[in-house]
Every structure is written in C-alpha cells, then in structure tokens.
Design a protein around this ligand. Sequence first.
Ligand code: NCD
Length: 311
Amino acid sequence: MYKFPHRNILDADQFSRTDLDFIIQKTKIIQKLFKQGKTFGMLRGRLLASLFFEASTRTRLSFESAMERLGGRVISTVGFQFSSISKGETLYDTMKMVEAYADIAVIRHPVEGSSRIAAGAVRMPVINAGDGAGQHPTQALLDMFTIEVEKGKVEDLTIGFIGDLKYGRTIHSLVKLLRHYNVHIIFISPEELKLPDSYKKDFKDSVLTYEETNDIKAIWDCDVIYVTRIQEERFADHKEYERLKEIYKVNKELILASKKNTTVLHPLPRVTELSTDVDDLPNAAYFRQAEYGVVVRMALLCLLLNVEIHE
Ligand code: NCD
C-alpha cells in the first residue's frame, strides 16, 4: 500500500508521479469534506508556526486559513524586524525554539536553500513557502491542481509560461512537477529572463517537450498560460528591471484572438503584466487558483502530520 513518504516539503523535485496523483486525489476528498463541514476536527490540538521573513499575502493567509479550517491553531511571526533574527539570531536557533512551540512550520525566507537549513534543525515537518528565487513547491502543487480541475487533466496539454522565467520561483517549481507529464511547454520571455539552464537540463530524462521564444503571440498555441510578474526584488541592477518591467502585457484582446480555449493562470500578485480586463473572461482562473491553494494546503498539512484523509 502507498504511504506518503515525505517528512518535509522543500523542493518540487522530491515528488514522484505517484505522489502527485495521491496529492490530487486527497485534495479532492478534502474539498468535499470541507463543503460538508467535516474538516474542523481533523487537526484539533495541533499548532502551525507560520514564519514569513519575506512579503506575502496569499501564501501566508492560505496556510493559516488551511490550518484553521482543519481545527488547528496558528502562531506566527512576520518580517525580520519583529523577530530575533534582527538581533543576530541564526535561523538554526530560531527553528530550535519554534520546535518547542509548534508541531509543524511553514517558512518563507529571501535566501535560497534556507528552508533546508530550517528543516535540518528540527524533527517536526517543515514546509518551504518560498526561498528567494529558489523553490515554492506548494504553489506548484496548487498550480497543478488548478490545471487538473480547470482542464480535467494535466496530460497532453500545451502550457505557456510568460514573464520572468529567470527569477520566478513558482515557475522553477511547477516545471519540475510537469516533468512527470506528457506536456509541451512554450517558454515566452526576453533573452535576459530565460529559464536557467539548470532547469532545462532536467528535461532531458523527461517525457515533456519544450520550445523557447520571445514572441507573446505564442500564447495562441497554448491550452493554459501561466503569466508571471517580473521579480523586481531579485534584480541586482534596478535599471535592468526598469527596462524590462513592462515588456509583456497579456490583455483581453490578445486572449480573445486565440482559437484555443486558453485558461489563464497567475500565481499573483500581478503588476502590469496581466490586464484587469481579462478578469471577467470565464477562463481567467487565477482567483480560483488562489482559492484551490487552501484545500491543497489542507491536504498537505494532514499528510505531513500523519492524519488520514478519507470520505
Ligand atoms: C509568488 C511568490 O511569492 O513567489 N506569489 C505567491 O506565492 N503566490 C509570485 C510572485 O511573488 O510573483
């Protein structure tokens, strides 16, 4: 019998296709249970430490909402200035303390690899909610769940990624999951913001195929497009950001010119890359995507805390 084999969620690399099918299946059950009002006792008595050392609205609230909807409680710290890290405490020491206060931790931190350090310090499960330009694996899981629900499948789709493919950690995570599916990816970006080669190397042993272009019209070939913000905070040279920040704008006219029934995803927040006139199209799925994030995280919290999910 399959048993969820992970203690932590740190990198999208850690998941097999079997894990992904299992997470989707369990999330669908959680969705039903929640609608029936049956989730509120599932994590009663458990505490989540919510440690966000970098800006967040959705991810933090969605984890906290997930925990509360399972009947658990949340303790939290936001930003460096209000935590002892600003007094020079190491992340290792912070985590040692947190372990005494909570049963599971979710951490967002600007330094790539930080969640692995955090997880190495403790025995409780740790979830990476974004480490710099590195990984954001739970966002990738909810993105995949969104594609599954909106399209009825992930296989055999053409998926376009647009925007900051160099620094966007949500893309870096989602492409790792998509390696397990027979999909075609079109990477649309200016030369300066292409997907790093280290991610492309991984596609060699995968069934996934891909192409790269800087032409936004390539979205007309896509069943799903995943639009992303140019990641201002990751640029070493701000002038470079200023030059590239408005390079693409996806708007209603562009989407309606496509012959395909293109589903539009965006991890949010958006700036200027996705026009608000897209919002009223039935295929604009980004607010539903944020909503699915809660049920996906509910399933993950249960799996990591060894609480069974069944109807
Ligand atoms: C993303 C992130 O933090 O990486 N947001 C999110 O978690 N929904 C995307 C972004 O900030 O552009």
